[in-house]
Design a protein around this ligand. Structure first.
Ligand code: FAD
Ligand code: DHB
Length: 391
């Protein structure tokens, strides 16, 4: 099989890249290791930045998002039993975020690709990227028990943190920056109306908690738990009791409970692979970088990468100039590092590290107090949360 752009992975990065290339008239083939049901059902991110929403709309993937997505104009910070609302449009010149789950973004992009786009092969895992540093890069993959080869002009690794694409970059050509955290998030999905109309990020001496949602009748909630926790260790009622403690306010606010329909633990990691390119192999999304989830940047970073890459590929096709392709890694990394910094800061601001001292507790509270009382500090948070411009 032969194509112009071989894309490994049908997560948000691979699917959106295929869509952007299709609308620009560039052929691609997407190879996805898992089946369609798995990709569409994987519960992950829930917050889309303004820029992500604009891109999805322009790509023709905004119809259901506009109907079912929930625009949010702020978040609440909760600490010391107090509540502080951060008003996004007022602080950023009109920007907002949208609650629209990654599962739904993927469903919309898969439906479009299958109806209008190039081949999207499920249950077709890539085994290796070969000859990445030549003009004829190839992807070896398996489908239906047999091995095949996809010959390409360019290969894009959109295969997430555990994929194979990054392995094609020789160790001597790359530098990795990494940090792990001694805690994770226990996330639940519950058939309960959200107890607040906006997201609530809570700092508590017992640990962080987050109230989010998927729809007016489905809540998504997270609890900080020790690293290595198994979701099965927590009974549903224990989760609700702990959430209730961490969200407690002094004004009688209550948390609605309901049947828990999903429960899982997400580990937390910061990771950047530099550069995001080796020869004709480009890395995008989680294949190149990971942020801890506090601040909801992962999916939005993946969108920024593929917008930058699609623009560069179109520029090369139209002008014969590789200038934008050559600038791809540096352009993306500027935005990536700002998101890394923000996610790291938000994580440190709101989580309680094991063994944290009373001094560190007070410093966290002072930082939250500063955001709540200083417009410049609050604006810095609002600008980062609603999203840095694509490069
Ligand atoms: P992915 O979504 O990981 O997609 C990669 C795709 O490649 C997958 O479909 C995978 O099956 C496929 N693949 C892998 N290897 C191969 C192969 N060899 N051949 C073919 N296909 C392959 N972000 C937030 O903002 N908030 C959250 O709450 C949040 N929760 C998360 C929970 C978990 C468990 C994880 C893993 C991530 C979470 N994220 C969250 C991050 C966010 O979901 C990611 O940043 C986003 O999915 C990145 O998209 P992607 O397309 O780069 O990678
Ligand atoms: C969600 C996830 C996040 O990481 C976040 O910061 C906000 C919301 C969510 O899954 O809804």
């Amino acid at each position: 099989m032969r194509t112009t752009v071989g894309i490994i992975g049908a997560g948000p990065a691979g699917l959106l890249l295929a869509r952007l290339l299709h609308t620009a008239g560039i052929a691609s083939v997407v190879l996805e290791g898992r089946d369609r049901g798995h990709v569409e059902g994987r519960q992950r991110a829930g917050i889309l930045e303004q820029g992500t929403v604009d891109v999805l709309r322009a790509a023709g993937a905004g119809e259901r998002l506009d109907r079912e997505g929930l625009r949010h104009d702020g978040i609440e910070l909760r600490f010391a039993r107090r509540r502080h609302r951060v008003d996004f449009p007022g602080l950023t010149g009109g920007r907002s975020v949208w609650v629209y789950a990654q599962t739904e973004v993927c469903k919309d992009l898969i439906a479009l690709q299958l109806a209008e786009g190039g081949p999207l092969l499920f249950e077709a895992p890539a085994l290796a990227v070969e000859d990445a540093a030549t003009d004829r890069p190839r992807v070896r993959f398996r489908q239906g028990g047999t091995e095949d080869v996809l010959e390409c002009d360019y290969v894009v690794g959109c295969d997430g943190f555990w994929g194979v694409a990054r392995r094609a970059v020789p160790a001597g050509s790359a530098r990795v920056f990494e940090r792990t955290y001694p805690y994770g998030w226990l996330g639940i999905l519950a058939d309960a109306p959200p107890s607040h109309h906006e997201l609530v990020y809570a700092r508590h001496d017992r640990g962080f908690a987050l109230l989010s949602m998927r729809s007016p009748s489905v809540s998504r909630l997270y609890l900080q738990v020790p690293e290595g926790t198994d979701a099965g260790e927590w009974a549903d009622e224990e989760i609700w009791d702990e959430l209730t403690r961490r969200f407690e306010t002094g004004d009688g606010w209550t948390l609605e409970r309901g049947p828990v329909t999903q429960k899982s633990v997400t580990p937390m990691r910061s990771y950047v692979h530099e550069p995001m390119r080796h020869g004709r192999l480009f890395l995008a999304g989680d294949a190149a970088h990971i942020v801890p989830p506090t601040g909801a940047k992962g999916l939005n970073l993946a969108v920024g990468d593929v917008v930058t890459l699609a623009r560069a590929l179109v520029h090369e096709r139209d002008t014969g100039s590789a200038t934008l392709l050559d600038a791809y890694s540096a352009t993306c990394l500027r935005r990536v590092w700002q998101a890394e910094r923000f996610s790291y800061d938000m994580t440190g601001l709101l989580h309680r590290a094991p063994g944290a001292t009373p001094f560190e507790d007070r410093i966290q509270l002072a930082r939250l107090e500063r955001i709540a009382s200083c417009r410049a500090a609050e604006t810095d948070l609002a600008e980062a949360y609603t999203g840095f411009p694509f490069g």
